[in-house]
Design a binder for this molecule. Structure first.
Ligand SMILES: [Zn+2]
Ligand SMILES: [Zn+2]
Length: 755
C-alpha cells in the first residue's frame, strides 16, 4: 500500500478470543478488512483468532470496533490483545492455514440450527441445494457432533470422507460467499445422502413421510442421534410408540412446523406460551420448551398423560424442516434410545435395537462422532431454565470466579448423568449423557470424558465424584489411578448454584431432591445448607422417616406414603399384594433407610391425593401433583403449618406430620389438597429461612435440586422470600437436577483442594 502517508498509517497485531471458531468468524474478518481497504492476514490458532492488519489509522480503528460489534450472529468474540506492529507493506488480505497452540482457551461450538438463508435456498427449485437435507453454511449446521479434533477444519471433522465437488469447492474458496470456509459444506452432488431401505435421497424421504402419514413409527437419524417420530395428533400412532417403547406415561417431545412471521404459529395453535417461552422456542438453540397446552390443541392426549404441559420445539436441521413442512402437522420426536440410555447414533445400532419399535428407518451417512440429545428448558420465574442441556447448548463453557488449583474431571451423578471438566478459571459442562445403568451408557460416558479432555486439552490431575460408593461414576473414578475428591451430593448442588453467581457470599441453600447419600449415611434430599463452596454446614432438614426399600421408592410412591403414615403411628394398608408383610418388615427395620428426602415427600403426597401407588418413570408422581395443584384457583388458607424443631445436632427439622390429615381428607378436592401441600412446603421454606436469618447469617438464599423443577413451588418460594426482603436464586445456566451435579462437584472439589 504505497500510497498511504507514513503519519496516517498503522500496523497492528490483534488477538480475538471467545466463541470465534465454527461460526464464520474468519470470513467475516476477511470481508471486513476488504471493505475497509486493509491489508494483512487472519489465522485460526486453537481457540483464538490472530489478525495482522495494516492500513489507514482511522480504518484500523473502525476495524477493531467492528470485530466485536458487527460479528456474525453466532460468534461471541472478545478483543483480547491489540498491539502496534512493524509496517511491512502487505498486499491484500489473506486467510492463513490454521495453527495449533498449546495454551489458548479452546472453544468447541455446539451444533447449530439451520439459518434462514439456507432455508430459503432449499425452498428454491432453481438452486442446486433445492430440498437438500444437509444444507449448511458458516452460520449454521452441525459442529460438536462432527468435530474429531481442533482446530476446526474439514479434515478434522466427520465430513472428511466427502470430497468437495467443483461447485462446492468454489464456494469454500470464495471469500465473498457465505460458505467461505464452511467446514461441513455439502450439496446433493458431493455430500451426505438419506437412505430408507433400498431407497435413497428424495425417495427415502418420501417413504418416511408415507410411513408417518400411515400412523407408523419412524426412526430418523438427525444431528446428535436418532429420533423416534410419529404423528402427534394420532392416539393410535402415539399408543403404538408407547407400547413398543415400554414407556406408558413419560412425556414425549413434539416437533412442530416452523410457520408464520416469527415461525411460531404452529406453537401457538397447540399451546399458550408466555414471552420467555416464545423467546426460548425461537432461539438458535432450538431446545424443547415445556409450555402449557391449549385445551383444544390438535394433539393426542397420550403425549403427556396427567400433565398440563407439553414439550414443543421447532425443526432445527434441514432434514427436520423438510419432514415437518411436508407432513404439515406436529410430530412426536423422542430420543431413539432404550429407556434412559444415551441416544443411539449409528445406523447398525438403530437397525438392531430400534427394530422392534420403528416400522421404518430413515438413515443418512454423515457420521455422528458422539451423541447429543435435545436440550430441555422450562420457564420458571420469568427465565427459561435448563432441565437438560444437550444439542445446541452443550458443551457449555463457564467461567469460574475462583480458579481451580489443578485440572479436574467431575463425574456427576448416576442418573441424568453429565460430566464436567475444568482447568484454571474455565469449566466445561458436557451434554446430557443419560442413566448409567447400562454398559452402553457407561461406554458413552467414558468416550465423552476422553473426547472433551482431548478437544479442550485438559489433562485432569484429580477426579471429583459423588460420595455414593455404588454410583457407576464413583466406581469408574476409583479405577483411574488419580487422587479422588468425594463430594457430598447436596454440597455439589449448592456449589453449582453458588458458582453461577458472584463469589464470596454466604448462602442458605435449600437442596431438595430425590436421593443423595448424606454425611451420616442416611438418604438426604430435604436439606438446607449454610456456607459457601468448600464449607457447607447442614442447618435444616425435613423430619427423618424410615423408608422401606431405598432405591425402589422412586418408582413406588406407596413406599413413601407408608413410611410417613407408619412413622406417624397410623395403621395404613398400602395397595400391594402383601401389605401386612411389608408393614412387619418395616417394623423390624428390614431393608429400610433413614430418609429426609423432599422428593419422597412429594411421592407420598401423590399417593395420598391421587392414589398413585406405582410410577412408570422417575418424577411422575411429583409432576402429576404439581399439575393438579396448578388447576386449583381457590383460596390457599387451610394449608397446614409445619412446625420447626431443632434436633440433638442442632439441625432445624421441618415436621411434615400436619400434612397427613389434609392429604388424606377425601372431603377436599384433589386439586385443593395438591395446592395446599405446595403452599405448606413453600411456607415452611420461608419459615426456615426466617428462623435462620438471625443477624447476618447469610447473604442470599439458594433453591436447587430436582424438586425445584417444580415451577409452582419455586415461584411461590421466591415470592415469599422476596416479601421478607430476602434475595433468592435458582440455577439459570445448568440444570437444577442431577444434570448440574458435575459442575458443582468441580467447584466443590476445587474449593477443598485449594485449602
Ligand atoms: Zn446456513
Ligand atoms: Zn458439492
Amino acid at each position: 500500500m504505497p500510497d498511504i502517508a507514513e503519519r496516517t498509517r498503522a500496523a497492528r497485531r490483534i488477538t480475538v478470543t471467545g466463541r470465534v471458531q465454527g461460526v464464520g468468524y474468519r470470513p467475516f474478518v476477511f470481508r471486513l478488512a476488504a471493505d475497509l481497504g486493509l491489508a494483512g492476514d487472519v489465522r485460526n490458532c486453537t481457540g483464538e483468532v490472530h489478525i495482522a492488519v495494516e492500513g489507514e489509522t482511522a480504518a484500523i480503528a473502525a476495524f477493531e470496533c467492528a470485530l466485536v460489534e458487527q460479528a456474525p450472529p453466532l460468534a461471541r468474540p472478545e478483543l483480547a490483545t491489540s498491539q502496534a506492529d512493524e509496517w511491512r507493506g502487505a498486499e491484500g488480505f489473506r486467510i492463513l492455514p490454521s495453527e495449533e497452540s498449546e495454551h489458548a482457551a479452546i472453544h468447541v461450538p455446539p451444533d447449530l440450527f439451520c439459518c434462514d438463508d439456507c432455508l430459503a435456498e432449499m425452498a428454491d427449485p432453481g438452486q442446486r441445494r433445492h430440498r437438500y437435507p444437509f444444507t449448511n453454511c458458516t452460520q449454521c449446521g452441525p459442529r460438536y457432533t462432527i468435530i474429531a479434533a481442533l482446530p476446526y477444519d474439514r479434515p478434522a471433522t466427520s465430513m472428511a470422507g466427502f470430497d468437495l465437488c467443483p461447485a462446492c469447492a468454489a464456494e469454500y474458496g470464495d471469500p465473498h460467499d457465505r460458505r467461505f470456509h464452511a467446514q461441513p459444506l455439502a450439496c446433493p452432488a458431493c455430500g451426505p445422502q438419506l437412505s430408507c431401505g433400498d431407497l435413497a435421497g428424495e425417495a427415502a424421504l418420501q417413504a418416511a413421510l408415507d410411513a408417518l402419514r400411515a400412523g407408523q413409527v419412524v426412526a430418523v437419524r438427525g444431528v446428535g442421534g436418532y429420533h423416534l417420530m410419529c404423528d402427534a395428533g394420532s392416539d393410535e400412532a402415539v399408543a403404538r410408540l408407547r407400547e413398543r417403547k415400554h414407556r406408558p406415561d413419560k412425556p414425549l417431545a413434539v416437533m412442530v412446523p416452523q410457520r408464520g412471521d416469527d415461525g411460531l404459529d404452529a406453537v401457538r395453535a397447540l399451546a399458550l406460551p408466555d414471552a420467555a417461552e416464545l423467546a426460548a422456542l425461537a432461539a438458535p438453540e432450538r431446545a424443547i420448551v415445556l409450555v402449557r397446552r391449549r385445551a383444544d390443541a390438535a394433539l393426542s392426549q397420550l403425549i403427556a398423560p396427567g400433565l398440563d404441559e407439553v414439550g414443543l420445539f421447532l425443526p432445527y436441521s434441514p432434514l427436520h424442516h423438510l419432514l415437518l413442512a411436508e407432513f404439515g402437522g406436529p410430530l412426536v420426536a423422542t430420543s431413539g434410545n432404550i429407556s434412559g440410555e444415551p441416544v443411539l447414533t449409528e445406523p447398525d445400532q438403530a437397525d438392531d435395537r430400534l427394530a422392534g419399535i420403528a416400522d421404518c428407518m430413515l438413515h443418512h451417512n454423515r457420521p455422528i462422532l458422539r451423541p447429543a440429545d435435545d436440550s430441555v428448558l422450562r420457564a420458571i420465574a420469568g427465565a427459561a431454565r435448563p432441565i437438560r442441556i444437550g444439542r445446541g447448548i452443550a458443551p457449555l463453557e463457564l467461567a469460574l470466579t475462583e480458579p481451580l488449583p489443578m485440572p479436574l474431571l467431575a463425574t456427576g451423578g448416576h442418573m441424568k448423568n453429565a460430566l464436567a471438566l475444568g482447568s484454571g478459571a474455565r469449566a466445561i459442562a458436557s451434554p446430557h449423557i443419560g442413566d448409567l445403568d447400562s454398559p452402553r451408557a457407561r461406554q458413552v460416558f467414558e468416550q465423552v470424558a476422553a473426547d472433551l479432555a482431548r478437544l479442550y486439552r485438559i489433562d485432569p490431575q484429580a477426579i471429583a465424584c459423588d460420595a455414593h460408593p455404588s454410583y457407576a461414576t464413583t466406581r469408574w473414578a476409583e479405577q483411574q489411578g488419580l487422587p479422588l475428591v468425594r463430594v457430598q451430593h447436596h454440597h455439589a448442588h449448592a456449589s453449582a448454584l453458588a458458582a453461577e453467581h458472584k463469589p464470596g457470599i454466604t448462602w442458605l441453600t435449600f437442596a431438595w431432591d430425590g436421593t443423595g447419600l448424606g454425611e451420616d449415611g442416611a438418604i438426604w434430599g430435604g436439606e438446607a445448607l449454610l456456607g459457601q463452596p468448600g464449607a457447607w454446614r447442614r442447618v435444616a432438614s425435613l423430619r427423618e422417616f424410615t423408608l422401606p426399600g431405598g432405591d425402589r421408592a422412586a418408582r413406588e410412591p406407596w413406599r413413601s406414603a407408608a413410611a410417613l403414615l407408619w412413622e406417624a403411628g397410623q395403621d395404613w394398608s398400602p395397595p400391594i399384594a402383601d401389605p401386612a408383610l411389608a408393614r412387619a418388615a418395616w417394623g423390624r427395620r428390614l431393608g429400610t433407610f433413614p430418609c429426609s428426602s423432599a422428593g419422597r415427600l412429594f411421592d407420598a403426597a401423590a399417593m395420598l391425593v391421587s392414589g398413585m401407588a406405582q410410577a412408570s418413570y422417575e418424577g411422575q408422581a411429583p409432576a402429576g401433583l404439581e399439575a393438579l395443584a396448578r388447576r386449583w384457583t381457590g383460596p390457599l388458607d387451610g394449608a397446614p403449618t409445619l412446625p420447626l424443631q431443632a434436633d440433638a445436632q442442632g439441625v432445624l427439622r421441618i415436621d411434615w406430620h400436619p400434612l397427613l390429615a389434609m392429604l388424606a381428607d377425601d372431603a377436599l378436592p384433589r386439586e385443593q389438597r395438591a395446592a395446599l401441600f405446595h403452599e405448606s412446603l413453600a411456607q415452611a421454606i420461608r419459615a426456615t429461612a426466617l428462623a435462620l436469618a438471625d443477624g447476618s447469617a447469610f447473604d442470599a438464599v439458594g433453591l436447587t435440586g430436582g424438586v425445584f423443577q417444580n415451577r409452582l413451588l419455586a415461584e411461590r418460594v421466591l415470592a415469599l422470600l422476596e416479601e421478607d426482603g430476602m434475595i433468592a436464586h435458582l440455577p439459570k445456566l445448568l440444570p437444577v437436577n442431577d444434570g448440574g451435579l458435575a459442575f458443582g462437584q468441580l467447584v466443590e472439589a476445587g474449593a477443598v483442594l485449594r485449602r
